[in-house]
Design a protein around this ligand. Structure first.
Ligand code: FES
Length: 145
């Protein structure tokens, strides 16, 4: 973790003690996303029953902020409906963490993308149309520190 950056206590807490790390063997929605610039990769597993995210786990190979944002996003969606989960934006994740340094804001984008990618997979497995814009961010021109 880059100690020169002004990380909030919440970011440090989720970085040091990430919640919901791991895999779900019987997940029914799995999404993997990566940032082509820094090479960080985030994989999210969802177990959805009756429209509710009953379990969520993640694996992140990346920077401290990516780890903290993935941990936070799992806490924000666990036990919530799919509709609630779709309302979770990268901005909301960064705010819930007490903010992120501007150069690390894109890490929260990865967390939102991983969640949406896993939800997209859930709809695809069910043979249902994806009810949201699943266009992925390109990160083009973004600096990844
Ligand atoms: Fe790559 Fe944070 S996601 S530096």
């Amino acid at each position: 973790m880059d100690k020169q950056l002004p990380y909030s206590e919440k970011v440090m807490d989720h970085f040091s003690h990430p919640r919901n790390v791991g895999e779900i063997s019987d997940a029914n929605g799995v999404g993997t996303v990566g940032n082509a610039i820094c090479g960080d990769v985030m994989k999210m597993y969802l177990k959805i029953e009756n429209n509710t995210i009953v379990d969520v786990k993640f694996k992140t190979f990346g920077c401290g902020a990516a780890l903290a944002t993935s941990s936070m996003v799992t806490e924000m969606v666990k036990g919530r409906s799919i509709e609630d989960a779709l309302r979770v934006t990268n901005k909301a994740v960064a705010e819930a963490l007490g903010g992120l340094p501007p150069v690390k804001l894109h890490c929260s984008v990865l967390a939102e993308e991983a969640l949406r990618s896993a939800l997209k997979d859930y709809y695809k497995r069910k043979g249902l149309p994806v009810p949201f814009d699943d266009k992925e961010h390109t990160h083009e021109g973004e600096k990844c520190l």
